[in-house]
Design a protein around this ligand. Sequence first.
Ligand SMILES: Nc1ncnc2c1ncn2[C@@H]1O[C@H](COP(=O)(O)OP(=O)(O)OP(=O)(O)O)[C@@H](O)[C@H]1O
Ligand SMILES: [Mg+2]
Length: 279
Amino acid sequence: MTTIEKNSPETRGRMIAVCSAKGGIGRTILSVNLAVSLAKRNNSVAILDGDFQFGDVSLAMDLQHTFTIKEAMEGITSLDEDRLEEYMSSHNSGVRVLPAPDRPEFADLLTKEAVSKMVNLLLLKNDFVVCDTGAGLNEHTLNLIEKADEILVVATLEMAAMKNTKLLLETLGILGLRDKVRVVLNRANMESVIKAEDGAKILGEEAPVFIPNDFQICSRSLNMGTPFVISHSKSEISKSVFKMAEMIGSNVSSTKAIRKKGKSFSLFPWKRRKGGVSK
Ligand SMILES: Nc1ncnc2c1ncn2[C@@H]1O[C@H](COP(=O)(O)OP(=O)(O)OP(=O)(O)O)[C@@H](O)[C@H]1O
Ligand SMILES: [Mg+2]
């Protein structure tokens, strides 16, 4: 990006906020793998670990960070896009990470204004800023969601997840943010009384993104700190995340259209077997 392009509001990067009504639903693993997939498509990508109390993006990417957003916050008045880089950690995929504070109590030190400034700086430097958020809608998560160009609402087919996701979607509707939302049905072929197609109907989402269930690959990926789109790039779960990245990368209506050509895209769930969705 040239300096002129960089300073133009039309050419700022796109912010993708990954949120969910409930915890433990796959926000972090999907954020990390989405970010790496976007980087594989020649985008400059940053992750903001916006789960300020219990963020674990560094762990999921096996990054031994020196600094976190807390230290960046301490220098907020003089912070610019280059200084912010110094607080970030680099992953060998090219993705840069601004980690969450090391201790939950440090989350209270972060102000909405400072976080907003950091988001703006990250958007100046990157094509995409993927933001993993805390579960539910706390003040920081709301702030991040409001800044996002695209909000990925991650859900699973469990009854409680469905109920709370529906409430979250309604709330985002009341806040006028529903148009930015894309529902991601994670573990979509897991054994459940609710089938993936029914889950989509319950949530009132015509075309959710379906991510298959693969406990082995996911737990290995998180425990080893190696994103599965790198270690298991041919697996069905990786293919589904690549498709999501393609869709997000092609959805460039306002910003990246100037720099990159959008492609039309259709997202198909993987092949169906008798008795439900399967990989
Ligand atoms: N598609 C999937 N298939 C199988 N297991 C998955 C899948 N997605 C996530 N998991 C598992 O779900 C658990 C939670 O994943 P993850 O930590 O990404 O969720 P989270 O929403 O970020 O949780 P938290 O609220 O703790 O931050 C992990 O054990 C992970 O391996
Ligand atoms: Mg998480």
